[in-house]
Design a protein. Structure first.
Lengths: 319, 115, 272
C-alpha cells in the first residue's frame, strides 16, 4: 500500500496527492475510500450512463424475444436480454454506492432517466426493425461494447473493474449469440442475406457514433481526458473506434456484406482507417432523447415504474 | 437507504460446492432477506454451480476504512510460523535414515479407510 | 408395464394418448414461457426481472424437451410444433394464454404483477403435482424427462411462493390486487388439471394419474399456504373460458401465435 498515513491529519491537498499516488501505483479505490469530488462525479456520470444504457439496451432486443424464429433462438435471446438487465443491475449497484454520500439512490437514477437528465447510449435510441437487427445488435453493437468495456477492465475504481470483469465474460456469449444469428442469415436465402445488409446500412452511422466524438471540438465537451487521467480507461474514443474497425471490418466483408461507406479504407501510411464522419449534430440530438425510438422506450420504463409502484409500496414496510 | 424501504442493500455470498469456501459475489437490492435470497442465484450465479447461498444485510457488515486497512500489513519475517522455517529438519532426519513428515505426507494420513 | 419409444410406436392407442398428453405439457410450458418473455424489462424490480427471466427460460426449456419427445413419437419437428400449429390444435390451458394485462409488450404494456405472481405460483404448484405423477409414468422417456424437469421446479415454487405470500399479506392495495388475480385464476384453474377427451385413455395406460387425483394433490399442497394467509379458496374451481385441452381458445392465444410465429412464418423452410 502506498505511504501508510493517518488520514484525518492530512490536508485536502495531501489527500489528493495520496490518492493520485495510489492510482499511479495500480491500487484499487474502494467505495468508502477518500476520493476527489471530480473523480466521484466522473465515475457517477460514466457508470450511471453505462448502467442505464444496459437497461435501455435490453429494450430493442426484447422487441424480438417473443418473435425469435426457433425454440433455440427464443432461449438464446431471452438469456441475452436477461444478461443486459443483469449488467444494469451490477452497474447500478456500483453507482448507487458512489451516490450514497450524496443522498441519492436507485429511485433517483430512474427519475433522472425519465426526466431526461440521465442519458443513454445513442444506439439504443434506434429502431430494431427486423430480426436482422436483433442479430446485428448482438454482433456489432455488443462487439463495440466489448471494445470499450475491456478497455476499462483495469479501471482504478475497484467495484467498477470487478463489475466489468463479470460483464465482459458474458459479452463473449453475446457476441457469439449475435454471430450465430448473422451467420444463419448470411448463409441463408436471398431475402435473409438482404435482411442483414439492410441492417448494416441502417446501423452503420449509429455504430460509428457509439464510441463518441473524436475530440471535444465536435460536440463541445469530452470526458475522455478526465477518465484517462484517473486511470479509469486507457484509450481515446478514436483509438477505440479504430480498434473496432480493425477487428470487425474484415469479418463483415468476409461474409460478403458491403460497408455503406465507399470511402472507407485502411491508410497504410497513418496506420488508421479513413472513414466518412457521422453527422455529430444528429448524435447530439439522439442522446438528448430525440432519436427515433427515444420516447417510446422511455415510455416503457415509465409504465413499468408507475404500474408496479404498488409492489414497491407494499413491500417497503416489511423490511 | 438504511432502515425501511423496498431498496435494502444485501451482500451475497455463495459456495460453489459443499467443500468450497464461502465466496463474496456482489450486492443486490431487495425489501427483505427472503426476496434477496430468491433473487441471488439468478443475478450472480446463473452460469455456474452453487451449493449454498448466504445473504447478509449490508448494515450488519462492518467493513474496514482505508486507514484501518493499513493495520493488515505485516513484515515477512515470520518463517517460524511456517514449515518453511523448519526445512532444515529434512537433512537432519536423513542423517537418522528417516523421511521428513512434511505437509503432504501428514495431510495424506486422514485418507480413505482401507478395508 | 413400462413403454420404451419402440413399444409406444407399436401400440397406436397408447401412442395417441401419450402424444395428447405431451402436447398438453409442451403447450402449457411454451405459452406461459412466452408470456414470461413479454415481461422482460418490465418487472417491478431489476433484480427480479433477471430472476423471472431464468424461470421463463427454464420453462421454455421444458417445453422444448416435451416437443422433442413428440418429435420422437412422429408428431413433427419441434420448432414447427411450437411455431406453426394453429390455435385450434393447441392444447394449453386457457389460464396460461391470457394476456399479462392491457396493452401489448411493444406499446403501453400495463401489465399486472399480481396476476403474474398468482398465475405462475398456481401453475408451478400444478406442474409440480403433475411432474411427481409423471415420474411414475408408464412411458419411460416421459418419466425420465419428469425427473429432470422436477429439479428446476423447487426453485420456481420457492420463488413464486415467496412473492405470493409477501404480497397477499402486505395488506391494502396489494392484498386487494392479489385477491382479484386469484379470483381470475380460480375461475379457470380446472383447465390446468383437465386431461381433455383422451384423459381416460391416459389414466388407463398409466401415463399419468387422474384429473381428480391431481386436483386433490394440488389442494393439499396449497392448504398450509391457504390457511396461514387466510385465503378464501372456493370449493370448486372453474373453466369459465373453456377447455384449452379441446382446442378451445381465446383471441389472446391467436394474437400470441401471430407474434411468436412472425419471423418463423416469414420463411418456414429457411434456417434461422
Amino acid at each position: 500500500m502506498v505511504n501508510p498515513i493517518s488520514f484525518d491529519q492530512l490536508t485536502e491537498e495531501e489527500k489528493y496527492q495520496h490518492f493520485i499516488e495510489r492510482i499511479e501505483a495500480g491500487e484499487k479505490i474502494e467505495a468508502d475510500d477518500w476520493m476527489p469530488a471530480d473523480y466521484r462525479m466522473t465515475l457517477i456520470k460514466l457508470i450511471s450512463m453505462h448502467g442505464i444504457s444496459e437497461i435501455m439496451g435490453a429494450l430493442p432486443e426484447k422487441e424480438w424475444v417473443p418473435k425469435a424464429p426457433s425454440l433455440r433462438r427464443k432461449l438464446g435471446i431471452m438469456a441475452k436480454v436477461q444478461d443486459e438487465m443483469g449488467h444494469g443491475q451490477l452497474l447500478l449497484r456500483v453507482v448507487e454506492d458512489l451516490m450514497k454520500p450524496l443522498g441519492k439512490s436507485r429511485e433517483n437514477i430512474i427519475q433522472d432517466l425519465l426526466s431526461g437528465d440521465l442519458k443513454f447510449h445513442n444506439v439504443f435510441h434506434m429502431e430494431a426493425k427486423t430480426w436482422g437487427d436483433a442479430g446485428l445488435i448482438g454482433w456489432l453493437v455488443d462487439g463495440a461494447a466489448i471494445i470499450t468495456q475491456t478497455n476499462m477492465l483495469d479501471a482504478s475504481y475497484g467495484p467498477y473493474a470487478r463489475a466489468l470483469k463479470r460483464i465482459c465474460a458474458e459479452e463473449v456469449f453475446h457476441a457469439q449469440h449475435g454471430e450465430a444469428i448473422i451467420m444463419a442469415l448470411a448463409e441463408g436465402t436471398d431475402e435473409q442475406k438482404a435482411m442483414i445488409q439492410d441492417s448494416i446500412n441502417r446501423w452503420w452511422e449509429a455504430l460509428l457514433m457509439f464510441f463518441g466524438p473524436g475530440d471535444a471540438s465536435t460536440t463541445g465537451t469530452s470526458k475522455q481526458d478526465t477518465t484517462i487521467k484517473y486511470k479509469i480507461r486507457t484509450k481515446t474514443n478514436e483509438e477505440l473506434r479504430q480498434d473496432f474497425f480493425t477487428k470487425y471490418i474484415p469479418r463483415v466483408l468476409s461474409l460478403g456484406l458491403k460497408l455503406p461507406d465507399e470511402t472507407m479504407h485502411f491508410d497504410q501510411e497513418s496506420g488508421m482507417w479513413q472513414y466518412q464522419q457521422p453527422d455529430w449534430s444528429k448524435f447530439k440530438q439522439i442522446i438528448k432523447n430525440n432519436g427515433p425510438k427515444s420516447k417510446d422506450r422511455l415510455r416503457l420504463r415509465e409504465i413499468s415504474y408507475s404500474n408496479n409502484k404498488w409492489v414497491i409500496d407494499a413491500l417497503s414496510a416489511k423490511a | 437507504m438504511s432502515g425501511k424501504g423496498f431498496y435494502q442493500e444485501f451482500e451475497v455470498f455463495s459456495k460453489r460446492t459443499d467443500t468450497s469456501p464461502l465466496q463474496y459475489q456482489f450486492s443486490l437490492l431487495a425489501p427483505n432477506h427472503e426476496l434477496a435470497l430468491v433473487m441471488a442465484q439468478e443475478n450472480f450465479m446463473r452460469r455456474e454451480p452453487v451449493a449454498d447461498i448466504w445473504v447478509v444485510k449490508r448494515d450488519d457488515v462492518r467493513k474496514m476504512t482505508l486507514e484501518e486497512r493499513q493495520t493488515l500489513q505485516r513484515l515477512d519475517n515470520k518463517d517460524y510460523r511456517n514449515t518453511k522455517g523448519y526445512g532444515y529438519l529434512k537433512k537432519k532426519w536423513r542423517h537418522y535414515e528417516q523421511e521428513m513428515l512434511d505437509e503432504k505426507e501428514i495431510l495424506s494420513w486422514g485418507g480413505k479407510q482401507e478395508k | 408395464m413400462r413403454y420404451a419409444l419402440e413399444d409406444a410406436m407399436k401400440n397406436e392407442a397408447y401412442r395417441d394418448a401419450a402424444v395428447e398428453l405431451l402436447f398438453q405439457l409442451a403447450d402449457d410450458d411454451f405459452i406461459l414461457a412466452y408470456r414470461g418473455s413479454e415481461w422482460l424489462g418490465l418487472a417491478p424490480h431489476i433484480e427480479e426481472d433477471v430472476a423471472f427471466s431464468s424461470i421463463s427460460q427454464d420453462t421454455m426449456g421444458h417445453a422444448a424437451m416435451f416437443y422433442q419427445l413428440l418429435h420422437e413419437l412422429g408428431a413433427g419437428d419441434p420448432d414447427e410444433l411450437a411455431h406453426a400449429r394453429p390455435a385450434s390444435d393447441r392444447k394449453n390451458a386457457i389460464l396460461l394464454e391470457k394476456v399479462n394485462g392491457p396493452g401489448t409488450y411493444l406499446t403501453e404494456p400495463h401489465y399486472d404483477w399480481a396476476f403474474a405472481v398468482v398465475r405462475n405460483y398456481f401453475y408451478a404448484q400444478a406442474k409440480k403435482v403433475k411432474i411427481e405423477s409423471l415420474k411414475n409414468s408408464s412411458y419411460q422417456p416421459l418419466a425420465e424427462a419428469a425427473v429432470k424437469v422436477n429439479m428446476e421446479l423447487y426453485y420456481h415454487l420457492l420463488h413464486w411462493k415467496t412473492w405470493f405470500s409477501q404480497l397477499v399479506s402486505a395488506g391494502g392495495e396489494a392484498t386487494t390486487r392479489m385477491e382479484t388475480a386469484m379470483e381470475t385464476a380460480f375461475g379457470d384453474l380446472d383447465g390446468l388439471f383437465s386431461l381433455g377427451q383422451k384423459g381416460a385413455e391416459m389414466v388407463k395406460h398409466n401415463l399419468i394419474e387422474s384429473e381428480d387425483d391431481l386436483r386433490k394433490r394440488w389442494v393439499q399442497a396449497m392448504s398450509p399456504v391457504v390457511a396461514s394467509l387466510d385465503i378464501n379458496m372456493p370449493e370448486k374451481f372453474g373453466m369459465k373460458s373453456g377447455n384449452g385441452r379441446d382446442g378451445v381458445h381465446s383471441s389472446d392465444l391467436q394474437s400470441a401465435l401471430d407474434t411468436l410465429g412472425e419471423v418463423y412464418n416469414f420463411d418456414p423452410a429457411a434456417s434461422w
